[in-house]
Design a protein around this ligand. Sequence first.
Ligand SMILES: C[S@@+](CC[C@H](N)C(=O)[O-])C[C@H]1O[C@@H](n2cnc3c(N)ncnc32)[C@H](O)[C@@H]1O
Length: 297
Amino acid sequence: MPEVSCSTRRAGVLQAGPRWYVTESADTMNKHQLFNMDCLHFFKVEDDRRWDTIFADPPDNIGLKYDNYSDNLPTSDYINLLHKWLQLFVERSRCVWFSYNAKWWAQVGRIVTELEAHFGKHIEIKPCVQIHTFGQHNHHDLGNNHRPLIRIKWSSCPLYPDAIRVESWRQKHGDKRADPRGRVPGDVFGFADDNELAMAISDDDVYDFTRVTGNSKQRRKWHKTQLNEGLVERCLKLTTAPGEHVLDPFGGTGTTLRVCKRIDRHCTLVEIDPGYCTQIAAEHEMTHPNRRRWEIP
Ligand SMILES: C[S@@+](CC[C@H](N)C(=O)[O-])C[C@H]1O[C@@H](n2cnc3c(N)ncnc32)[C@H](O)[C@@H]1O
């Protein structure tokens, strides 16, 4: 088991806790950074860095046409990668969110079970799901309308449920028993635009994250896939406090950076594709101190 320590940072002060701390050099403090490299290589180069949360949305290996990356690896190679990624992320961050294609649920389940056996009661698993009622229509079989999202957290590290409270069913309906603070939402991340499905699942779950489709305002048309900013925001607010450090090892369009800027977290993105890096850097007017790194001081 790796040596792990824990702390929470408040107002720039690192308070040593029992098991976890985030290492920062003067160089990496208070900056958003973008690295153009394979995330496995990044973890080797940045060997001593730790994060408060990693949000990972890896390629699905379903043959999508990215500009540079091949999304069509032999299955065993992809499963090996899933294993390496998940293990490294858990070792380097006090909390990991991992969004993956439902096609891989059994394989990810097996890997997570192995991690649980290895780390024992030191880690906690929270399976969640993102539902797409506006998924691609399949005329021949059940459509693909959900995407698993798993959270793996070191047991001693904090959650901030008050940061993500939403209006409850009771509040919406003027029920006097309503908690004025609203309710902490459930583990289903979904939609507002399909009332039938919403009602079928639960009366008071909240459905507010549409899939980022071609005509969405959030959409960056130069990239194949993109998560909804609202979903990423809810995850990050639950597991980090303002000023803490987030890593997204599969930067994509930079969704995590856009969210981190808005909610005052420090963000590090890693993206293997140089073209996507250039797009992200241009959108955020990042400086370019060396060939593989961009930043916002
Ligand atoms: C599913 S997309 C992420 C989309 C992102 N969550 C967003 O909302 O914009 C996966 C991204 O990972 C990148 N990628 C694939 N393999 C990688 C690797 N080994 N290291 C870093 N980035 C990688 C791909 O180029 C692609 O942009």
